[in-house]
Design a protein around this ligand. Structure first.
Ligand SMILES: Nc1ncnc2c1ncn2[C@@H]1O[C@H](COP(=O)(O)OP(=O)(O)OP(=O)(O)O)[C@@H](O)[C@H]1O
Ligand SMILES: [Mg+2]
Length: 312
């Protein structure tokens, strides 16, 4: 039986051009091929281009129709793609800039997304750590972070992951269950704040061991994943694992490296042809990497090696 609760995967990157849209489109393609009803949403409103990757060059509707109240529900802006089971809410043709989206408009989109019913909803986010981008990570415990192996991109992804994580921790600490305890921890040691989660957890553990276990559980419920894209032969294969270890050490956050996606010039060909890379070039290393990445994201990954729908 299918669950009516959509799995929502926000997909972001610290830097432009790392491959967020390519990965969003490719994951959507694979999920749809496995029979999952999948929706791609382009939230990169300033520079929307997911419609091209999804093979819908001229979408008839887009997300700003909902924001501008031309339609009553977000569901009315969904358009089909050439791939069965794969749908799109385009960010094209809008004159909105996500960075300047008013709080109420953003909340409206977030509420609209929460009301949609798909097996998977993939959000292609704008690059960087702007307040608005981070807000879209708050909609779900999941988060997929895309970087290339270049140091500049890694620096930026670290910053993005830290910002998203701190925002989530801050939200948890504001709740009734933890507010007084977090205040007390900060009184005891002014450095025990959201910016220093390891120390905060340590002090909270001294103050209230039971609640500290609960807090740890809540923080561990965030399922952050790291993807390295545009991976070349000369790159260090273990760099993803190293980044995850550094994040765990500095932020007390467990993040899972779910794969290296090989660089392939034919990605460019697929984008130019406005066709899914996986359809045009299924027998390439990059396609295999994408499939492995998708497998790592699905529940019961060990038992799901092929394009079979697992939730039936
Ligand atoms: N694995 C890959 N191999 C080769 N080229 C790739 C790969 N992934 C992405 N590209 C290329 O990199 C460029 C950027 O990809 P994409 O548009 O998906 O990135 P993005 O992170 O969404 O960018 P933006 O921040 O501008 O939205 C495109 O030209 C795409 O063809
Ligand atoms: Mg993009």
């Amino acid at each position: 039986m299918e669950s009516s609760v959509s799995q929502i995967w926000p997909i972001g990157g610290g830097k432009g051009g790392t491959g967020k849209s390519f990965i969003t489109g490719s994951l959507g393609f694979m999920l749809a091929k496995q029979g999952y009803k999948t929706l791609l949403i382009d939230v990169d409103l300033g520079a929307a281009n997911l419609h091209t990757i999804a093979g819908v060059p001229n979408p008839s509707k887009c997300i700003s129709d909902f924001i501008n109240k031309e339609v009553a529900t977000l569901g009315e802006t969904v358009v089909p793609t050439p791939v069965p089971n794969l749908f799109l809410i385009s960010g094209a043709m809008n004159n909105l800039d996500i960075a300047n989206l008013a709080h109420e408009q953003k909340m409206k989109v977030l509420r609209g997304v929460a009301k949609l019913s798909y097996d998977y909803i993939l959000l292609d986010l704008g690059a960087g750590t702007s307040f608005n981008t981070i807000d879209f990570f708050m909609i779900s415990d999941e988060g997929i972070f895309v970087t290339t192996p270049e140091p500049t991109s890694i620096e930026n992804i670290y910053r993005l992951i830290r910002s998203v994580y701190f925002r989530k921790v801050r939200q948890v600490l504001k709740t009734y269950a933890f507010k007084a305890l977090a205040d007390e921890a900060e009184r005891r040691n002014p450095r025990a704040t959201v910016s220093n989660p390891a120390l905060l957890l340590q002090i909270v553990g001294e103050l209230d061991p039971e609640k500290s276990v609960l807090l740890r559980q809540v923080l561990e419920s965030f399922r952050f994943k790291l993807v390295l894209n545009q991976f070349r032969k000369q790159d260090n294969y273990n760099i993803g694992t190293l980044i995850c270890k550094i994040i765990e050490k500095h932020l007390a956050l467990r993040i899972r490296h779910i794969g290296n996606i090989s660089f392939d010039d034919r990605v460019h060909n697929a984008v130019c042809k406005k066709r899914p890379f996986l359809e045009l070039y299924p027998y390439t290393q990059t396609a295999l990497d994408l499939m492995e990445c998708c497998r790592m994201l699905l529940p019961g990954k060990e038992a799901c090696p092929s394009f079979q729908k697992v939730v039936e």
